[in-house]
Design a protein around this ligand. Sequence first.
Ligand code: ADP
Ligand code: MG
Length: 321
Amino acid sequence: MSTEPIPGSPSVDSSTSDFSPERRAAVLVETLPYIQRFAGSIIVVKFGGNAMVDENLAARFAEDVVLMHSVGIRPVVVHGGGPQIGALMDRLGIKSEFREGLRVTDAETLDVARMVLVGKVNRDIVSSINRHGSMAVGLSGEDAGLIRASARNPELGFVGDVESVNPAIIQRLLAEDLIPVVSTIGADLTGQAYNINADTVAAALAGALGAERILYLTDVEGLLADVGDPSSRISRVDLTGLAALTADGTISGGMIPKVQACVDAVEAGVGSAHMVDGRIPHVVLLELFTDLGIGTMVLPDGGVAADGRGLDVSDDGVDGP
Ligand code: ADP
Ligand code: MG
């Protein structure tokens, strides 16, 4: 008998083959209410952090996106690429200057960012999804007027803010049963391109699309009460709670735009925003389809159920969209 894997088949941790048939069936059945709940809905997933630079994790991510699509969810992938931009800048010998955590982006830096995001990172994600069938279509925020941008601060050069989002092109792709994969370069009315934080773009898109959920893959366990202590993960928080954590300095660095993006998404009507650990293989599946509480869930005020995720699939209407 051949032990060769079926080409393109999902890699399953070999330890699950030790599961009894009952246990395997239980795992599958556990997904049923989640699959039923999410069928037909739009879920935006921001791909970033370690998951994006580790080939194995990136392949697991592609499998998760394909599985979502296969059970009737309409996934929209938005990606960043800061580390990859930095790596090419180094190789080209171009020095980066940072102000308040943001890379000062002159015309040359913008060219590099655009090449890396649209020409490399986007292509890699599209091709890893399309190994499982021809579903993914890559696009930049410059395409079909998707993301209108404006300069954040002239001192930062071509670092953009989202001025507006026109999701028509995404809706057309979703109507064709395709999986949009979006690079976060936007353009102003003159056609000038800007590099925009991917967390911010993902939230704006999720709001404009009426997404059910937004998931942020990052390189930590979730939102931590003490950034030096991985066991301090906050599993659920509402908008008032997040404002307090921002005010007291608990949130810093790359978590600032991410948390703001979660707030923006939830205020725009997205049911919940989730920050999850992209270092965990198949974290998207675990977050969406199991009772495990992974990462940090951001809910609107008054939306926090007293108990755990069990309520998440009940019909009480309290805590979900
Ligand atoms: P990405 O956008 O790829 O997810 P970022 O580096 O932009 O990654 O943001 C995640 C980083 O934010 C973490 O690696 C961590 O160093 C930092 N951070 C700051 N404050 C917190 C906090 N309270 N909880 C978790 N991470 C935090
Ligand atoms: Mg970031």
